[in-house]
Design a protein around this ligand. Sequence first.
Ligand SMILES: Cc1cc2nc3c(=O)[nH]c(=O)nc-3n(C[C@H](O)[C@H](O)[C@H](O)COP(=O)(O)O)c2cc1C
Length: 198
Amino acid sequence: METHATFQKSTQVEAPVLELIGKRKSRRAYADRSVSQGTIDSLFEAARWAPSSNNEQPWFYIYATKEQPELWNKLFEAVNPWNQLWAKEAPLLVLALARKTFHKNGKINQSARYDLGAANAFLSLQATEMGLNVHQMGGFYPEKAKELLNISDEYEPVVMMAIGYLGSEDQLPPELKARENAPRERHTREAFVMNKGF
Ligand SMILES: Cc1cc2nc3c(=O)[nH]c(=O)nc-3n(C[C@H](O)[C@H](O)[C@H](O)COP(=O)(O)O)c2cc1C
């Protein structure tokens, strides 16, 4: 098998894409501005229209705004300390869960996490369109989330999301401040797209 000798990186968008895709970025500074229920509804509506294997729609979400401190704190408690440093300012926290089995026959749904990822991508682009920042976090404790939120083994907490309007990078600790405005970087297309077999 041929391996790719070079994993070149670039910060440029190198072929035309939707403006939203170019704009989306996982930032960490949140403004002190709440997210309205109507806006929250639109985010989950976007997730709702994602494709899924067998149209199972195995995505589930537990969300809380800062106006619901008890629930928000439970979500926040499940975030790891490093992410807590900045996620503490997020007006909206969302735990994204995958249902592990198919409703119709109880068999393992191998696509559950894949489908949840698609739903989260839809949600993220909808959020970008609405002027919101979404920052996904794998850095959280799934077992703690399950315990705090009474989640059964049927569901897997996969990712936490901090969502809100953009604040100033000056709010952030120095080590995070520099990253906030750093350009996004990606492998070039040639590194991962092939028009031939490996
Ligand atoms: C599944 C997943 C888990 C992530 N976990 C974290 C995390 O725990 N903490 C963090 O600061 N960023 C996290 N990120 C954000 C990524 O670091 C970020 O998406 C990546 O660096 C690309 O940057 P961009 O989203 O701004 O394009 C996560 C992203 C995804 C999709």
